[in-house]
Structures are given as C-alpha cells and as structure tokens.
Ligand binder design. Sequence first.
Ligand SMILES: [Zn+2]
Length: 430
Amino acid sequence: MRFGSAIRFWGILLSGLALMVLRLGMSSQSSAAIAAHPGEEVPFVGPPIPPPPDDSTRTIVAALRRGDSIDRSLKQHRVPSHQLERLYEALYAVIDPAQVKPGDYYEIAIDTSDAIRRFCYTPHRTPDRPIEVELQDGQFVARQLQLPLERRVERLEVQIKYNLANAISAAGEGGALSDALVDDIFGSVIDFQRDLRRGDRLGVVFEKLYIGEHFVRYGDVLLAHYEGERASELAVRYAASEGEAAYYNASGHSLGRMFVLKPLAVNRITSHFSSQRFHPVLKKQRPHLGTDYGAPTGTPVWTTARGQVAFAGRKGGYGNLVEVVHPNGYRTRYAHLSKILVRQGQRVQQKEIIGKVGATGLATGPHLHYELIKNGRHINAELINASHAVPILADDLLSDFVRQRDALVHVLEFGSRTWRFASSSTAAPL
Ligand SMILES: [Zn+2]
C-alpha cells in the first residue's frame, strides 16, 4: 500500500473545507493523552451544576483572580465566615491547596440563615473534575466529580509556511497538538527543524474533548500524515494489546525507537559529530565525538532512551556530566550542564529530564554536548535511528491494523461521516 497516492486530494481539501468536524457523540472517560498546553486559555465553562431552584438560597458564582485565595475571594463576596474553616477542611481533604489557581471558579449557595448549603469548586484546566462540597447531616462532605466529556474527532490539514507549531496555530489549534506531533508521535523519526520545508503538508485526525460547546483538552491523535520535501511519514495510532496504544507507520512498523532524536527541545546544532582524528603535526581539528546543541542556560535536557544513571557529577572538560547506560551496550553522555537533576544509580525513562543546559567544563558558551556510545565506540547520534530496524506488528494484528489505518486515511481524505473504527481497542466503538 502506498501513501504517496493517498494524498492526491490535498488540493481539493485545502481549497475547500479546512477543518471538518465529525461529532461522534462518544462520551469519554479521561482519555487525556495530551495535557492542556500551559499557555492556552481554557474557556470559562460556567457552573457545571445548576443552583437549587429554592428562592431562599442565594448563589454566588465567582472566578479567582490573580493573587486570590479561595478564602480571600469568599470574604470579598461577603460569604459569612463562621463555617469557612469546616468548609476548607472538607475541601482540602480532596484537593491540594497548591492546586488552586487564578481562573478557577466556584459556586456557593447560602441559605437565609447564612448557612452554606453547597460549594462547588472547578479548576479551569480540568473543568470536567469539579469538587463539590455539600452539607450532609450537619457535616461538610467533599467529593471530586467526573463530568462526562464529549469526544469529537476532527480533521486538520495545513500547509507549512514557517514551522509546524505556527501552521497548527494558524489553523486555530493549540500548542499541545503540535507538541504531541513533534515530540511524541514523530519524535524519533522526523527532525522538524532540520527536515521541514516550506510547502510541506500535514494532515491530522485527532480527538477533542468538550463539555457542551467548550473545548476542554485534546484527546488522542489517531492519524497524522506528514508529507514533505525531505521527510514523509504516516503515523497511525493502534493498540496492539489492551491499553497499549502506540504509533505505527503505513506498513505497521513502530514509530517508537530506542532513542529519540534529540536530548532537548531546541535543535540548533553548533557542532556535528566528527571522527576525524587529531593530527598533532598538521594541527588538524580534534575529533568531535558528540553533537553540540546551542541552547540558553537552563534549557531542560532529557534522556534519549530509558536506562540507568552511571555517572552524575563533575568530570574534567565535560563539566557537569550525566552518563546513562542503556540496554544493548549503549551509553549516552550529557555534558556542560548547569544543573544535574539525577543521582548515580537512578533509573530513568526515555525523555526524563536529567539536567539543565550550562557552560561548565571546557565550554565557551552555554550548549549541550551529547555523546552516544555503542560498545565503547562513539557513534553519530544524528544517524542512530536511520539504521535501526524496528519491529513490525505480528501477522495476526496486521490485517486489523490495515483496516483501521485505511479507515482513518479515509477520514483524512474524505471526512466520511460513516467512518467507523475497525475492531480495535484503540477507540471506543461508535
Ligand atoms: Zn561538543
């Protein structure tokens, strides 16, 4: 099956409907594969539960402003203070006071005798998880609710002008979606800073979770197709076993790799790997057995593969160094760090933050020196994933995968309303 031809309808789609919404009306649990982006405005959703119809009860609805505590806000709204201690006791048994943030909102119902009947607190980033405190037999009882989210599958198609995040944002979608594509889905196979070209195209079929008409957060990306001058890849979300969804290319090869391409979120390579040997007479350049990434001091550095910290400390010209041992005879080194955030012996996951960029040791300015070593020999980290064969889905899953892939590609191309998932556990049935 070829996917070059799968996209011949791009022109029509781009000139026509840029975004197609399929309301599948599924109710979802908390399928929060993508967290809301920190910079994103989450709309005010309003009180999730209407106030009691009793006229003798007054209800106050308010949002916390910057610098507000719940206590300050309630007192500003002249809520009688005699019950507040008990209210907080119940509330903070369920949430951590540190989670209270500006933009969160609450609703409080007070009866004619100035007694609090009900208090409902809604974190603005997780409006599907309000905390309700009610008076039961003279006691305040708090519980966290889980409101049903509507899951909608949407389709997005963009042509790249400058960069991926920019193109996605111009199409009205948030940074969390581009982060998921760049870092997680294509993170081991496409280097978007190196390989992205103006005119490249991206198509995505993805989930958005709503309460009513209000977007809450992204669900899963189901399909992503990047078609570029230098790099092209199809990514299909598929669960090979219960609860273990991952991304596969068109032929069923996993897009996950032992190593992600980069140890940090910036990609200005200031010095490439070079095995050129030092020649003392000709005074030629020393070999550079790593890749240097220019980045501001403090930029987080992550492990490129899971493993165990073999060294964390100061080491000569490396300055502050973290060395990690990985399966199959691999080691990675992260040098010149301003801060080390792991200890020797600690187990680390792929993409776990282990330190921060700095200029310690022999460094003229802040950068990360990253080394990859296989069985004692330095190798070029920029090429690591190109040469690695990856497992393909087992035969018995492959036909199921192909059905799901084709259904999703069909949604991307035609936005068919009759689209249904194949019998996979990746998504809830319609
Ligand atoms: Zn270097």
